[in-house]
Write a new protein. Structure first.
Lengths: 284, 305
């Protein structure tokens, strides 16, 4: 709805502790592995780093927030938007500021970026306030059939997105992936779940590299509600976590734009693209 | 020739479950492809009037689960039931007015799905106990080392046409071929749990959603292109996954009629034969639907051989 003001809601997130029920998962080649970096606090990984650079499973650049009550946790994942301000409330890093980088699905996780020295002082269980704002955003001049989601209104002007003059939105992206590479996240709500892309990654199979924070487009995916296949449609998202050895998984995008190809055009730049950066979020 | 397997050394295990109720919450509605709210039956309980051989789509339904939807009350026992039960396993009703009725497993969908003849299904309801004779996990095909078999009762394998060809490839009869673009919810999950929803089969919901899959039938054997289900479910260029359509019509976007996985391997290890009769109704359903394909010899999957 155009013309209505957005509300901001202060939510409480709790820094996650990784959870496993068995030490081993099975990778796409049938080998067992121990999943490191899947949730919780990951150190030394930042926006701009390769999504394929670590021996890790779904590693995200910062801390993952959850909530012990399942409904509160879904609300946290659904309302938090990329660029929202967060502030650490308890623990050794109390007072530190950061920002939302993305989200993950299933039970719901919000990925927040903080300065590395703040992250190093944090521990699972620390409380983090999230100033959630952005769902419902509909900037003036946005073409009628293009939808924006999961995006703080203050971040939109900083991203390589041009709303155009009401007819065509363009978005600078690292790459455009075909919908057949979309994995976990298909059939799930785009406001509360990311979309894993089964990208081969650089190296063996000759794939392209993708960095955390990159904007990536998927051709043939409609993400207005649940995510699914629709011909001549485009979804653009921000890469929020890295690759996974599991079949059907991979670097995950948090959707921010979706619309028909006639009104939303991704402009790929494999070498020069710059997406969401730590500087934009004032994380240094 | 018929494919040789290790069926003789598989164990048979008696598992218990109960027909599980349909579930909802006080918000009632879910949303379709264009945001349209809907409340439609089909998942849980006993869904009547749709059996193997019947169209999978064309119903006012969501996540249509033909026949009885079965779980176990204990979470760990339930996972064992979901993982160990295989397509073609015998299901016997153990309580209620339908006690003694025998049906067969047609797939998994976070429920074990058991199809019964309509007259028997009509006497079944939530809470009725059922007994599953689980056998099939661990099934391996001699001479086809690249192919991994999942969720397949050896009795059903024996009844299916095809087998080891003169060139060494495994001949499999399929009723439909599925493009990789159709793979929806279920990607990234274990191959022994639930199924792979297929998009592009939303009858009446828009041409731009169609991938030409509106003709699928419950029980159809299908081949999914560029799908590797050997160790979970994911995209892999040049691989195939063979499945059986165990669920039908969906309104929920990104979901649709779903195949439960039966086998997977490199495409070059298979020889696909397009065969409209490649449907469970041809081989094990006790009373094939009148409109369905011609019935083949009945087999009693899960019985001693």
């Amino acid at each position: 709805v155009t013309g209505l003001r957005l509300v901001a809601v202060n939510l409480l997130g709790v820094v996650e502790h990784p959870g496993v029920t068995t030490p081993y998962r099975v990778d796409r080649n049938g080998h067992s592995y121990v999943p490191a970096g899947d949730g919780g606090i990951v150190l030394g990984l930042e926006l701009g780093d390769s999504a394929f650079g670590l021996v890790a499973d779904h590693a995200a650049p910062g801390a993952c927030l959850v909530h012990p009550d399942p409904a509160s946790r879904h609300a946290l994942a659904g309302y938090a938007c990329i660029g929202n301000q967060v502030r650490v409330r308890t623990g050794a890093a109390a007072g530190a500021a950061g920002a939302v980088i993305g989200k993950r699905g299933e039970e719901g996780r919000v990925i927040v970026g903080l300065a590395q020295d703040d992250l190093a002082r944090m521990r699972p269980g620390d409380e983090v306030a999230v100033r959630a704002c952005g769902q419902g955003l509909r900037p003036p001049g946005l073409p009628a059939d293009v939808t924006i989601m999961n995006l703080d209104p203050g971040l939109l002007p900083l991203l390589p997105v041009d709303l155009g003059a009401g007819a065509l939105v363009t978005a600078g992206v690292r790459m455009v992936a075909p919908s057949r590479l979309a994995g976990n996240g298909i059939g799930r709500p785009a406001v509360a779940w990311d979309l894993d892309l089964q990208l081969p990654g650089p190296g063996a199979e000759g794939g392209a590299d993708v960095a955390l924070g990159d904007l990536v487009a998927v051709a043939g995916i409609d993400a207005r509600y649940n995510m699914g296949y629709r011909r001549d449609w485009v979804t653009v998202g921000v890469v929020g976590h890295g690759a996974s050895p599991q079949p059907g998984h991979g670097p995950g995008i948090t959707p921010i734009l979706t619309g028909p190809a006639s009104a939303l055009r991704p402009v790929p730049d494999a070498a020069g693209h710059a997406g969401l950066t730590a500087a934009m979020l004032k994380l240094q | 020739m018929k494919v040789m397997s290790n069926a003789a050394i598989l164990v048979r295990q008696v598992l218990a479950g109960e027909v599980w109720p349909a579930l909802s919450d006080r918000h009632a509605y879910r949303v379709g492809p264009d945001g349209q709210p809907f409340l439609l039956p089909g998942m849980g309980g006993v869904t009547l009037g749709v059996h193997c051989g019947d169209p999978a789509t064309g119903y006012a339904s969501d996540h249509l689960e033909p026949g009885a939807s079965v779980r176990h009350r204990d979470p760990a026992a339930n996972m064992a039931l979901q993982f160990l039960t295989c397509v073609g396993n015998q299901v016997r009703v153990a309580s209620g007015p339908a006690a003694g009725s025998v049906g067969h497993v047609i797939g998994q969908h976070a429920y074990v799905l058991a199809d019964f003849a309509e007259a028997q299904a009509a006497d079944l309801t939530a809470g009725d106990a059922v007994t599953v004779v689980a056998t099939g996990q661990g099934l391996a095909l001699a001479g086809h080392p690249a192919i991994v078999v999942k969720n397949l009762d050896p009795g059903l394998l024996a009844a299916m046409p095809g087998g080891t060809g003169a060139d060494g490839r495994l001949e499999v009869h399929v009723a439909a071929r599925i493009p990789a673009e159709a793979i929806g919810a279920g990607a990234g999950m274990a191959s022994e749990y639930a199924n792979t929803d297929l998009m592009g089969a939303y009858q009446g919901l828009g041409e731009d959603l169609s991938l030409g899959l509106e003709g699928l039938r419950i029980g159809d054997i299908v081949a999914m292109a560029d799908s590797d289900h050997r160790f979970g479910r994911g995209y892999r260029d040049g691989y195939l996954a063979i499945g059986v359509i165990s669920t039908g019509q969906c309104m929920l976007f990104g979901h649709g009629p779903g195949p439960s996985t039966l086998m997977s391997g490199p495409a070059g290890a298979f020889r696909l034969v397009d065969d409209p009769g490649a449907n469970l109704a041809s081989w094990l359903h006790p009373e094939p639907a009148a409109a369905g394909p011609a019935a083949g010899p009945a087999v009693s999957a899960g019985e001693p051989r």
